[in-house]
Design a protein around this ligand. Sequence first.
Ligand SMILES: NC(=O)c1ccc[n+]([C@@H]2O[C@H](COP(=O)([O-])OP(=O)(O)OC[C@H]3O[C@@H](n4cnc5c(N)ncnc54)[C@H](OP(=O)(O)O)[C@@H]3O)[C@@H](O)[C@H]2O)c1
Length: 265
Amino acid sequence: MPVQPKIALVTGASSGIGAATARRLAREPGTVLVLVARREDRLAELAASLPCPATWVAVDLTGEDAPTRVLAHVEAHHDRLDLLVNNAGAAWRGTFGETGWANVHRHMELNFDAVVRLTEALLPLLRRSAPSAIVNVASTAGRISRASSGAYSASKFALAGWTDALSLEEAPHGVHVGMVLPGFVPTEGFPQAELRQKALTRLILSSPEKVADAIYEVGPGGRFERYVPRPYALAAYLRILTPRLVRRVLGGGGGSTFTPSTPRR
Ligand SMILES: NC(=O)c1ccc[n+]([C@@H]2O[C@H](COP(=O)([O-])OP(=O)(O)OC[C@H]3O[C@@H](n4cnc5c(N)ncnc54)[C@H](OP(=O)(O)O)[C@@H]3O)[C@@H](O)[C@H]2O)c1
């Protein structure tokens, strides 16, 4: 019997983790890819280099008509969708005092709203194709916040919270929903220049290929959550168990200079 093709859509496929994910998925026999990002030349180049069939949609995912354009492309080329990898995202550093709501809005628009809108458009097709899967690429910053990354963290905390609920809601429909939370991965949008300078801090860096393996484990592999590298899960646990210690490590001091009249709980 011929192998049923597995149709997988990867957003943010023009560089970094998304491109590595496309290459990882393309190694599996029977995979057919749909690549999504804004830079068409990059998508065309990647599609031509893959060992499996691939088409692409060059679209700004924050655009009003992006979800309908992506859905129309998928339906024009395929009668099913087995895997959606919501990976496209970006970060613009700055404190809230300097960058304000505008920077929070910019992050939410791409890292949260665009994911929710695309998922909404593709969910009926994913349900019809069940068993199918969605992998949302969040971040360790979706569990723990650092100064100057508050807007990015807010968008990834939102994504993580929404993903957990969606996972419970879609299980009865046969759509597995999981999440990957990378730590520091040098890519175009996240060069990690400071960490790459010293031998010691270089040790905590991961690679797009390792994140792609984790995306594969969560999507086709059926896991619910994967930190990359795995020990980063510890940071998330410590944030809950010992918030004062984490605050000290991140440079915020262990407590407030304000002395409340009621004892601290
Ligand atoms: N690298 C890290 O350290 C790290 C850590 C934790 C989480 N992550 C997450 O991993 C994901 C991938 O990031 P990356 O490190 O691979 O960064 P990257 O190399 O900069 O890739 C970002 C991808 O998103 C696409 N994109 C950005 N804005 C878009 C838009 N408006 N519409 C459509 N596509 C858009 C970009 O393509 P175009 O520019 O061609 O549109 C690109 O393909 C992001 O969600 C990021 O938050 C990364």
